[in-house]
Ligand binder design. Structure first.
Ligand code: HEM
Ligand SMILES: [Cu+2]
Length: 551
């Protein structure tokens, strides 16, 4: 059946009840919210582990956690933050909720597959929890390099592998769904170059996930064979090769960093024009740069392995490819700044997080470029410099972007506004916390402090204490946010259909949208970003044309 033939409301209740969110529901909006809520819970678990680790690192000695427990928290913090927080929130949460609404479809192409993809996530979390009950958690880091991963905590390591295979499967199923939905289910009047940029970002994300994720699954299955079945794929003493694991792992995990940032770039391209009241600068450049990042991003993985005995030609090749990948990223940054330039900027919390992201991400991207250069990387590889880099891009980038997205679309998802003053407190605490936590790490790394240690040389104590204070500020920063979300969801100010007076299609339906999204499918009357231009000037707060209120 073609999407346009589906009639609204058939065989469904008018509105979902709260308990529908705990079932195998196939509505893309329910699934989007299921992803977001579960990932925000995992965020708290991962954050709690970070606070414990930073408490340990407040002093040079190992005096708070045992070293084994420290390693288990380190491993599971990274795993949870990547695979159960950022990826499911950015891709599963926003992707599922927004894509059908943005392209004028009633649901995703394969709703049941979509629900299966979501329901693979909670059991993965339970497997990680079980790994703590049976043997103290996996300890080999989120990268789980052999031989370490084959000689420490075998059962927890196996459970860890199984958990990752599950979230990987979820990711593959989700990607197929996104691609088919965007390809086939746009309202007939929407051409490719009239599609919101978030959808372009999700096309690139999905292609990347489809190419890269099966390789991770292969690596983890071989690792499980080695651990449990006596094979020796990665055992050097029996003819195996540890570096093969590194290649397989990074063939997935470098693209994985783009899985965590491309959807966020998509969010940026939606939030900035709406709150700057200007058309997006360089629509095509932004859309195609997502695809370029996707393509080039598949050929840079060895920059994680410059110190693994890599051949000189490989160092040269992968240094160059890594530097090239910074170009399309720069194109986007330039386009967003140009969009802001001369705009009638509204300093909403969503916009503050988007602009905050810009500054943080430029810094993190540049430290990435330094790391991509083999001669420098060889000095700082596996030091805190790398930890500083990836937290700048992951926290200052991905997490800021998820926050921006929540502040922007919460009114659509729930029908209620988030409290703006509380949002600003949240932003200020997050911004200061991020600077204080992750900036000194670069200095620590350049002075030689290794990563993944529970004890360190006392000369590093001062800066580490600063980092720990920053981490506590970040821990406190989430309190106003969670209070805001819970309180506003129950009793916040009513949002109306289109509180930001935005032009993309999700704002043309009710907040929250009805089941199957529209009574009658929308027809495009203007492009997604024509702020300040003639036709779009006529769009009022409810999405329908008004004469009176220019944008
Ligand atoms: C201009 C863009 C970027 C460049 C050139 C770049 C480059 C690099 C390089 C060369 C490394 C390896 C350092 C080492 O281990 O010695 C690295 C590590 C890392 N990067 Fe980036 N990066 C960029 C953007 C990003 C983004 C956007 C993210 C995620 C949102 C990210 C996440 C990470 C992570 C998680 C690691 C550490 C992996 C680990 O060893 O545990 N990077 N980056
Ligand atoms: Cu990389």
């Amino acid at each position: 059946m073609k999407p346009t033939e589906v009639q609204a409301g058939h065989g469904h209740p008018d509105k979902w009840k709260w308990y529908d969110y705990f079932t195998f529901n196939v509505d893309h909006k329910v699934i989007g919210i299921q992803y977001l809520v579960t990932s925000f819970l995992f965020y708290l678990v991962g954050g709690f582990m970070a606070v414990l680790m930073r408490t340990e690192l407040a002093t040079p000695d190992s005096d708070f956690l045992s070293p084994d427990l420290y390693n288990a928290f380190l491993t599971n913090h990274g795993t949870i933050m990547i695979f159960l927080w950022i990826v499911p929130a950015a891709i599963g949460g926003f992707g599922n909720y927004l894509i059908p609404l943005m392209i004028g479809a009633r649901d995703m192409a394969f709703p049941k597959l979509n629900a299966i993809a979501f329901w693979l996530n909670p059991p993965a979390g339970l497997l990680l929890a079980a790994s703590f009950l049976f043997g103290g958690g996996a300890q080999a880091g989120w990268t789980s390099y052999p031989p370490l991963s084959e000689i420490t905590a075998n059962l927890p390591q196996t459970l860890w592998c199984l958990a990752l295979v599950m979230v990987g499967t979820s990711s593959i199923l989700g990607s197929v769904n996104f691609l088919v939905t965007i390809w086939k289910m746009r309202v007939p009047s929407m051409k490719w170059d009239e599609m919101p940029l978030f959808c372009w970002a999700m096309v690139a994300t999905s292609i990347l996930a489809l190419f890269a994720t099966p390789v991770l699954a292969a690596a983890l299955i071989l690792l499980m064979f080695d651990i449990n079945l006596g094979t020796s794929f990665f055992k050097p003493d029996a003819g195996g090769n540890v570096v093969v694991y590194q290649h397989l792992f990074w063939f997935y995990s470098h693209p994985a960093v783009y899985l965590m940032i491309l959807p966020i770039f998509g969010i940026m391209s939606e939030v900035i024009p709406v709150h700057a009241r200007k058309p997006i600068f360089g629509y095509k450049a932004i859309a195609y740069s997502s695809l370029t990042i996707c393509l080039v991003g598949l050929f840079v993985w060895v920059h994680h392995m410059f110190t693994s005995g890599t051949a000189p030609w490989m160092r040269i090749f992968f240094t160059i490819s890594t530097l090239i990948v910074a170009v399309p990223t720069g194109v986007k940054i330039f386009s967003w700044v140009a969009t802001l330039w001369g705009g009638k900027i509204r300093y909403t919390t969503a916009m503050l997080f988007a602009v905050g992201l810009l500054s943080m991400f430029v810094f993190g991207g540049l430290s990435g470029v330094t790391l991509g250069t083999a001669p420098f990387d060889i000095h700082v590889h596996d030091t805190y410099y790398v930890v500083g880099h990836f937290h700048y891009v992951l926290f200052g980038g991905s997490v800021f972007g998820i926050y921006a997205g929540i502040y922007h679309w919460f009114p659509k998802m729930t029908g209620r506004m988030l409290n703006e003053p509380l949002g600003k407190v949240h932003f200020v605490l997050t911004f200061i916390g991020t600077l204080l936590t992750f900036t000194p790490m670069h200095q620590l790394g350049m002075s030689g402090m290794p990563r993944r240690v529970a004890m360190y040389d006392p000369q590093f104590a001062g800066l580490n204490q600063l980092v720990t204070v920053g981490a506590y500020i970040l821990a406190v920063s989430v309190i106003p946010f969670y209070i805001n979300v819970i309180w506003s969801w129950m009793a916040g100010e009513k949002a109306g259909d289109n509180p930001w007076r935005a032009l993309t299609l999700e704002w043309t339906t009710a907040s929250p949208p009805i089941i199957e999204n529209w009574e009658v499918l929308p027809v495009l009357t203007h492009g997604p970003y024509e702020y300040g231009m003639d036709k779009a000037n006529q769009v009022g707060p409810a999405g329908e044309p008004t004469e009176a209120t220019p944008l």
